[in-house]
Design a protein around this ligand. Sequence first.
Ligand code: HEC
Ligand code: HEC
Length: 327
Amino acid sequence: MKFAFTHISAILLLSLLLFSCRGQKTDQPPVRTHFNMNFQERFNSQQENRFFEDGMAMRAPVEGTVARGLLRHDTALFEGVDDAGDYISEIPFDLTRDFLYRGKERYDIFCQACHGATGDGQGIIMTGGYGYVPAPTFHRTESRDMPAGEFYSAIANGIRTMPSYATQIKVEDRWAIVAYIRALQRSQNVPESEMEIFDVDLAQLLDEHMVEMARLEALAEARAAGASDEVSVTRGEQLVVRNACQACHSLDGRDGVGPTFVGLYQSERNFTDGTSAIADEEYLIESIVEPGAKIVEGYQNVMVPYDFLSESEVQSLVEYIKSLSEE
Ligand code: HEC
Ligand code: HEC
């Protein structure tokens, strides 16, 4: 009996102790029997430390230190170039179906709006008349000959007026997009002899294509008929803005992706093939509708042909460029 009584009083005492732990707030620091790791012998970031000559507690990592997971010595994978610094032509991943689908998904999210669903450069941003630099088609010989590494670099670093997508697209996905662009290029460039293995009626496909082309041509004609045929410097100036010519050609004499328009008219132009010419009206027109015909020395053949502009639009551009050469 006595034994049970001591037990009960012990339990009562304990519960009393527990009750005393609850309820009241206090500003006093808690009573601790054990300090865990609340107080350590260490320095906080940015704290002073007289031990070192520069008085800073924070030390720079030893030169050549690489954070875990950030070792990027594989230049082919991370930069698209080999040891000599040349673009690699092979995609450094296995080209599985899943990889290509991943590439398609990423392409449709990040590239399609400008480069078009088939890579023809006719994305909604380009056809909407918003004044963007036109995105070139991927189905030109230059584009087909472009090494895989150069496509990768365009995504990782941007290219000329196109910005980099490095922050949005991770390394593996960039390569998946490159693989998908290769597939797009292939899809638009299959030799007739190879088409035989597919169960398609080539003659019918060609017919459908001709009908579509005729429809587009009629549409363009209708648009041209409704458009103004005014030729003026003012209209030329508006067209320069609307077609983003000034993204590559400066209007203040500075050099850019392309030569400046200032002082261009009637000046002597030297071309990459060693020939030269005076920049007269005829030359300016050709430079706009067929820029690949003569490549100005020191520049690359990267301007898309503006052959979709009407005659009066091209003439207005020429008048505007001429106006930049008058005192
Ligand atoms: C906002 C529009 C836009 C988006 C989105 C875009 N591009 Fe571009 N891209 C351009 C323009 C404009 C150019 C031409 C730039 C120039 O010549 O100054 C270009 C040029 C390129 C070129 C060089 C082509 C050549 O023949 O010289 C490559 C390659 C390219 N883009 C790939 C991509 C890929 C891959 C994506 C998606 C990750 C992408 N672009 C997204 C507008 C865009
Ligand atoms: C993506 C950049 C780019 C855009 C956009 C662009 N051009 Fe060009 N253009 C060039 C480059 C690069 C050259 C020089 C290489 C060559 O001759 O094709 C050039 C050459 C020219 C030339 C010949 C210049 C010379 O010094 O002899 C004319 C004229 C011209 N462009 C007009 C235009 C007009 C007009 C527009 C807008 C409707 C335009 N360009 C849009 C890049 C561009």
